[in-house]
Design a protein. Structure first.
Length: 122
């Protein structure tokens, strides 16, 4: 990549980051003093490749199950500080791109460390 070039290409002014009541901008990963496991169970469907998970809105969602993950990142100026790109470890063609601020990235890292610490405690 040449110096000064961007990893992120903007399609047009009509395409822009949206705020939602569930995940306002720069609050995708708010810091939490106690990051406990979900209070409701994840239900694995009989096919074994999908599950029903509690959604932050209070409803439930059907989601694919990936065993493992492939993670990549790139600078995301001007819409955020970093783009995290995640694909499931099963070779699924669909992925998820999350745009985070530096603070959001730090909070995500803290959440992952909290999960690791709780697993260590057993």
């Amino acid at each position: 990549m040449m110096a000064g070039s961007s990893f992120l290409r903007m399609v047009g002014t009509a395409d822009r980051e949206l705020e939602t009541p569930i995940w306002p901008r720069d609050r995708a990963c708010p810091p939490r003093a106690d990051f406990a496991p979900m209070s409701r169970p994840i239900i694995v469907l009989s096919s074994g490749d999908r599950c029903i998970v509690p959604h932050p809105s209070g409803f439930e969602a059907v989601a694919p199950i990936a065993r493992g993950t492939h993670l990549a990142w790139a600078p995301a100026k001007p819409i955020g500080d970093v783009a995290l790109v995640q694909f499931g470890g099963n070779g699924e063609p669909e992925g998820l791109v999350t745009i985070l601020s530096r603070a959001g990235l730090r909070n995500l890292i803290a959440d992952l460390q909290a999960i690791d610490a709780q697993l260590e405690q057993g």
